[in-house]
Write a protein that binds this ligand. Structure first.
Ligand code: URA
Length: 187
């Protein structure tokens, strides 16, 4: 159905551009509707994602799905989810800049094929990579920033919300702002 995306998935499955490939059980390409107007980008696979081959498959994914549901979004229907790196960093450490550099071209190609109008960056790693290297989630979350015809917004990573639930109301207002933006743009 989406042959170019399948080709890219194959390319990623065979990728050995960085050392993360040697520890992976599964390459985690992405899930959702390839025709979605809204894309979410996380940091990289954790243990559950590495086992299941799907992004946000663990506890943080359950929390993400709750927020999505509140604003009428669903990974089975109207969004697409991917990560900055497609293979699990050991012990869930942050992906190193050189690992991000090796993988980012895959994500760029994925974005070109999906053509989202909005990209939501989940957490610091994605926001600093895709929006601005000095992006601060605590002060800039929820703001829409246009770059190359795409609106980017950074918000809290669901794992960070599990560690620090005090930020949950801020995350909720970011998702509500996203819903408003989707309506405003008739996406
Ligand atoms: N955290 C991420 O950033 N991405 C996932 O896919 C899972 C957890």
């Amino acid at each position: 159905m989406f042959p170019e995306l399948d080709l890219l998935r194959n390319e990623c499955m065979n990728c050995t551009k960085c050392p993360l490939h040697s520890g992976r059980r599964n390459m985690v390409f992405g899930v959702g509707n390839p025709e979605a107007k809204v894309m979410f980008v996380g940091e990289g696979p954790g243990e559950q994602e590495d086992i299941q081959g799907k992004p946000f498959a663990g506890k943080s994914g359950q929390l993400l799905d709750k927020y999505l549901e509140i604003v009428d979004l669903s990974r089975n229907d109207n969004i697409y989810i991917a990560n900055i790196v497609k293979c699990r960093p050991p012990q869930n450490r942050d992906p190193k800049p050189e690992e991000q550099d090796a993988c980012i071209e895959h994500l760029r190609k994925q974005v070109k094929l999906i053509q989202p109008k909005i990209i939501v960056c989940l957490g610091r790693i994605a926001a600093q990579r895709l929006i601005s290297p000095d992006f601060r989630v605590t002060s800039q979350h929820g703001q829409f920033i246009e770059k190359g015809g795409i609106l980017f917004m950074g918000t809290f990573h669901p794992s960070a919300l599990l560690r620090n639930p005090a930020n949950k109301p801020h995350a909720l207002s970011d998702f509500q702002a996203l819903r408003d933006k989707i309506k405003e743009l008739s996406l």
